[in-house]
Design a protein around this ligand. Structure first.
Ligand code: PSU
Ligand code: MN
Length: 306
């Protein structure tokens, strides 16, 4: 039975009932991760890629206080262009529901709503993690907490070096979260295929990922999995090129005193500015790439033999 607080589109409800593969998508990436109108174009295109690859897309957000699983074209346009959409992590969910307002869900909040709907595969661009300087600021994304407890596999292009990648990987280990890197010995850093950190585990295929998901949850090991899909070589911005730009964006953020939930959106926007849009092009390319992999994982996981 569907959770009474969720509103599913007919397409998603039917797919879940019939065992058709479904892939969840987040909405913070739309409202707070990319500029308009590239954000709505990306969101629409990614839904199309997931359909072309044999799965049903379910973009998740809170609209007028209702958690929505699957959105219309008008809903995507609203999330992309409306000035008043809150960035909603797990702790913000009760507030947007109680107040009847709009919320764009982060990885953490999207995982939770996807799990409530019975969706096990989720595609995004980049994960939140342990911020640089977290030893002082304690700024650790709730995405990690959620990965430690909610049964959803999250496909991303790894972790941006606006974060401390090493500390993020250590925290994922502590939380019992498997980290699977597809087709590479190195953990990827979003814009770049390399990060200087070894892949905790390497896999080659969507079927391998689905088998690990199945084994984890059949053992009763609650929590998520990180599936890191390196950006294609043709689209990457080499680590030495983006490194200095990220340093500059971090310095600008400190100078402006920006912190907390505003930190990640500010940094993403500033990096787009400094790179003259090149980081946005890379970001869109990696999300497309992740959508293809996510649909394949959802198809493998939905096989009747599981
Ligand atoms: N990284 C990106 N793009 C994004 C985000 C992260 O490359 O849009 C968003 C995701 O929604 C992620 C959130 O869950 O930022 C993390 O925010 P915070 O660090 O405040 O938890
Ligand atoms: Mn934070």
């Amino acid at each position: 039975m569907t959770h009474p607080l969720l509103t599913l589109t007919d397409e998603v409800a039917t797919a879940l009932r019939d065992g058709t593969p479904v892939v969840a998508l987040e909405s913070t990436i739309i409202s707070h991760g990319m500029p308009y109108p590239q954000n709505v174009a990306m969101a629409t295109e990614v839904e199309g890629i997931i359909r072309e690859h044999g799965a049903v897309p379910a973009t998740i957000a809170v609209l007028g206080g209702r958690p929505r699983i699957g959105l219309s074209a008008d809903d995507l346009e609203l999330l992309a262009s409306h000035g008043d959409v809150t960035k909603v992590s797990v702790r913000d969910l009760p507030l947007v529901l109680a107040r009847g307002t709009h919320g764009a869900t982060t990885v953490a909040a999207t995982m939770r709503l996807a799990a409530l709907a019975g969706i096990r595969v989720f595609v995004t661009g980049g994960l939140g993690g342990v911020h640089r300087g977290a030893q002082q600021t304690f700024d650790v994304s709730a995405d990690l907490t959620e990965l430690g407890r909610t049964n959803v596999a999250v496909v991303s292009a790894g972790v941006k070096s606006i974060l401390d990648i090493g500390l993020t990987l250590e925290t994922l280990e502590t939380l019992g979260v498997p980290v699977l890197v597809v087709g590479s010995d190195e953990f990827p850093s979003f814009y770049s295929r390399s990060s200087g950190h070894a892949a905790p585990n390497r896999v080659e295929t969507a079927a391998e990922v689905a088998a690990v998901m199945d084994a984890k949850w059949r053992l009763g090991l609650d929590g998520g999995l990180v599936v890191a899909n390196p950006i294609p070589e043709a689209d990457e911005i080499p680590a030495d090129e983006i490194g200095g730009i990220i340093e500059q964006a971090l310095a600008d953020m400190d100078r402006l005193g920006i912190h907390g939930k505003d930190a990640t959106p500010y940094l993403l926007g500033r990096i787009v500015e400094i790179t003259g849009g090149a980081s946005l092009t890379a970001n869109i390319a990696l999300v497309r790439h992740n959508a293809r992999l996510g649909a394949a994982i959802a198809r493998e996981f939905a096989r009747p033999s599981r």
